[in-house]
Write a protein that binds this ligand. Structure first.
Ligand code: SF4
Length: 337
């Protein structure tokens, strides 16, 4: 598909052709991403939808269910997170769940139509004995025929390999925001720590799930900086979760100003344009966005959602509401393979 405005749209230094693999040489400057974010809204959506149609079947939405398998008591101080032990949020700490409990939750998710099951544990960095227990959970979920994903904090190279050996398909580790704004959100680890774990995950042959959060008080240039960081990973992540901050009382970011919903849609569109083959996941904050804005996000190229009435510890639309919304929009869950 070509058009006059598409020819005028900002492009990376080495623009990907439809059908091309994500390429290490595909570089996006922060300015080029910011130029995209500032495009007239309708043109941006048109461009994003054109990129989406060139790389993905229309109407296909991946349904991923997220379960907190070890909750609270985390020594990190991520300013958005109710699971940090630095903040008084009333989230009770819970130890790692038993295999049978996780199997039952994964089976229920599969029965409801999910194809990917993500397990989150509030660790700064798991110990090797934690990796052994997680490996058992991964094998259990994998045996049900679900894709597996885990988010466990910082990993060492041998730990990433052990998770891969257990059958882990994806590892989630978000960059959260631009490097320049990262210190305003968390101070107990560095941006480079995040990049190091992502490197270990890639080296182990596990697919990368990596995105960020919009609405933490960041400036537009920081949103552009986040997307540029993600798009310039070589290769860029297979899954890109874009979250709208869910302000939780007790966290430092509880008083953050709400994001303009159309600005959130813009970020989704730019993620789609800059990472054509990634699953762009409309993640936390869908309840606040409402159904009309979610529909715009799907038009902008989002093709994955978290599915189930809880995220790690915050709310999410329930399964019935999501099934109804997808049906009203003529969308369908990605069939299990
Ligand atoms: S986001 Fe993760 S690492 Fe940060 S405080 Fe929460 S559980 Fe810990």
């Amino acid at each position: 598909m070509t058009s006059t405005f598409l020819a005028d749209a900002p492009t990376p230094a080495n623009h990907a052709r439809p059908g091309a693999e994500p390429a290490a040489a595909q570089r996006w400057s922060v300015q080029a991403v910011q130029d995209l974010l500032e495009r007239p809204f309708m043109e941006l959506l048109w461009q994003a939808q054109a990129v989406h149609r060139a790389h993905w079947p229309a109407g296909d939405i991946e349904l991923a269910t997220l379960l907190s398998v070890k909750t609270g008591g985390c020594p990190e101080n991520c300013g958005y997170c109710p699971q940090s032990s630095h903040f008084d949020t009333g989230v009770p700490a819970q130890k790692l769940m038993e295999v049978d409990e996780v199997r039952a939750a994964a089976q229920a998710a599969k029965s409801a139509g999910a194809t990917r099951f993500c397990m989150g544990a509030a660790w700064r960095a798991p110990k090797d004995r934690d990796i052994e227990k997680m490996s058992e959970l991964i094998r259990t979920v994998k045996d049900l025929g679900l894709q597996t994903c885990a988010t466990l904090g910082m990993l060492q190279a041998h730990q990433a390999q052990a998770l891969r050996d257990a059958g882990l398909d994806y590892y989630n580790h978000n960059l959260d925001t631009a490097p320049e704004y990262y210190g305003d959100v968390v101070s107990t680890r560095s941006y480079q720590d995040r990049l190091d774990t992502l490197r270990h995950v890639r080296a182990a042959g596990v697919k990368v799930c990596c995105g960020g959060i919009i609405g933490m008080g960041e400036a537009p240039v920081h949103r552009a900086g986040l997307i540029a960081q993600l798009a310039n990973l070589a290769p860029y992540p297979e899954s890109v979760p874009i979250n709208s901050l869910v302000p939780v009382p007790g966290t430092p970011l509880a008083g953050s100003a709400a994001v303009d919903p159309l600005d959130f849609v813009r970020v989704i569109a730019v993620a789609r344009i800059t990472m054509p083959r990634a699953r762009v996941r409309l993640s936390a904050g869908r309840e606040q966005l409402g159904e009309a804005v979610q529909a715009l996000c799907f038009l902008a190229g989002a093709n994955s959602i978290f599915y189930g009435d809880r995220l790690l510890v915050t709310g999410n639309p329930d399964v019935t509401a999501d099934q109804r919304l997808l049906a009203r929009l003529g969308l369908r869950g990605t069939p299990a393979r």
